[in-house]
Design a protein around this ligand. Structure first.
Ligand code: ADP
Length: 445
């Protein structure tokens, strides 16, 4: 097992990883930028190194050099930043260190959404109807969109976090949407390649968590329903999904298992699907990293996914198979962001007072504390409020209780927004699709 790991991230996920490392008796090295000097991940790490490079958590060579100098054997990328960058993974390996994640080739394959689609098609797995490959000209885009039928979605091959994605409801919007998808993709990801998908209306986002070791053992850990989204970004996630029957879950698990096996996947991974109203499911993309919402899976399966990720990276076999996996109870996560709860404008600044909820079945993953300043330079997630119960009804009442108990002063937060959703009768009945927020609230948000 590793003796020391460098954590190439910040915020709640860096803290989350450190907690597991401590339990595994692995020393941690934090890296941080000037604005993060007082961050919790710096305080909780065994050692911390300040980044002098302007690129901060994206400074590939500096991060690897620091890991070597500090005597770490492995680097955990968390999510975001370099977590899905195959160049980073390859360079770590070249330096004789271990990247905690899949190998660079698999990341390159699955990280390119168009290639991932084609790979899934080649194995006969169901994918969202769409074009094959990247579109190269306006003419080709027009023809492909006509063939698919409107509305169509233009998606960046390198896209993530809902960026590089544009909807075209009809033909006269297509070329403008193409242009704006390309330019956003270029500025966010340095890659302007895009492809087309049919836009499926009234779907759920259901994703399957998988774990795979170096020796061909793959297990699936059930699904997460992430349909509560704003502008294609997840806000509430739960496991199991209120929409899945045991038969459908078994079929989606099987496809996910087989897909992971087909690409010889290693580590933790997520296959994202869209589920239409007729309960057909279509592969959308694969995330080759730990996800923000991994917490809800941990609560229903009882495994520490970061620990599993580290064990797999260290070359340990899983040591269990699918028949050992027991999914019990219900879990839900609300992402608490430092944002205005109505306009969703970021609300950075000093948290004057922070008192998280507690009690039975409540987990809070956060890097916030009283006196902490939320930086405008990074994402606005301040806390993940995760609750567990035997049934969905238990979870709904517990989440409402926990949201009411959560006290954060000094910055605006999305707690009131979550309270509105939790009080909604359709949400309570488990009846919602990815356009829920747009329909329920205001089309502007
Ligand atoms: P990103 O990687 O940027 O998060 P995804 O491909 O995961 O992008 O899509 C994010 C969200 O956008 C999905 O959860 C879903 O709500 C919506 N979406 C993506 N593709 C489609 C589609 N073809 N039809 C309808 N909605 C879609």
């Amino acid at each position: 097992m590793f003796r020391k790991i460098l954590i190439a991230n910040r915020g709640e996920i860096a803290v989350r990883i450190m907690r597991t490392c401590q339990e595994m008796q692995i020393k941690t090295v934090a890296i941080y930028t000037e604005v993060d000097s007082h961050s919790l991940h710096v305080q909780l790490a065994d050692e911390a190194v300040k980044c002098v490079s302007g690129t901060g958590y994206l400074a590939i060579d500096w991060i690897i050099q620091t890991a070597l100098e500090m005597g770490a054997q492995a680097i955990h990328p968390g999510y975001g930043f370099l977590a899905e960058n195959p160049v980073f993974a390859a360079k770590i390996q070249e330096a004789g260190l271990v990247f905690i994640g899949p190998d660079a080739q698999t990341m390159a394959l699955m990280g390119d959404k168009a290639k991932a689609r084609e790979t899934m098609v080649s194995y006969g797995f169901p994918v969202v109807p769409g074009g094959t490959g990247v579109v190269t000209s306006d003419e080709e885009t027009l023809q492909m969109a006509r063939k698919l039928g409107y509305p169509v979605l233009i998606k960046a091959v390198a896209g993530g976090g809902g960026r590089g994605m544009r909807l075209a409801l009809q033909e006269d919007q297509l070329l403008q949407s193409l242009e704006s998808a390309r330019s956003e993709a270029n500025s966010c990801f340095g890659n302007q390649d895009v492809y087309l998908e049919k836009y499926l209306v009234g779907c759920r986002h259901v994703e399957m968590q998988i774990l795979a070791d170096n020796y061909g053992q793959v297990v699936t850990l059930g699904e997460r329903d992430c349909s509560i989204q704003r502008r294609h970004q997840k806000l509430i996630e739960e496991s199991p999904s209120p929409a899945l029957t045991p038969e459908l879950r078994a079929r989606m698990s099987e496809v996910s298992h087989d897909a992971a096996e087909a690409v010889r996947y290693r580590g933790v991974g997520t296959l994202e699907f869209l589920l239409d109203q007729d309960y057909n499911f279509y592969f959308m993309e694969m995330n080759t990293r730990i996800q923000v919402e991994h917490t809800v899976t941990e609560l229903v399966c009882g495994l520490d996914l970061i620990k599993e990720q580290i064990r797999i990276a260290a070359g340990e076999p899983l040591g269990y198979d699918q028949s050992d996996i027991r999914l019990t109870g219900w879990a839900m996560e609300c992402r608490i962001n430092a944002e205005d709860p109505v306009t969703f404008m970021p609300s950075p600044g000093k948290i004057e007072y922070y008192r998280p909820p507690g009690g039975f079945g409540v987990r809070v993953d956060s890097a916030a504390y009283s006196g902490y300043t939320v930086s405008p330079y990074y994402d606005s997630l301040i806390s993940k409020l995760v609750v567990y119960g035997q049934t969905r009804v238990d979870v709904l009442t517990r989440m409402q209780r926990a949201l009411a108990e959560f006290s954060i002063r000094g910055v605006k937060t999305t707690i009131p927004f979550h309270q509105r959703i939790l009080a909604d009768q359709d949400f309570q009945r488990g009846e919602f699709t990815t356009d829920f927020i747009q329909q329920k609230l205001d089309s502007d948000v």
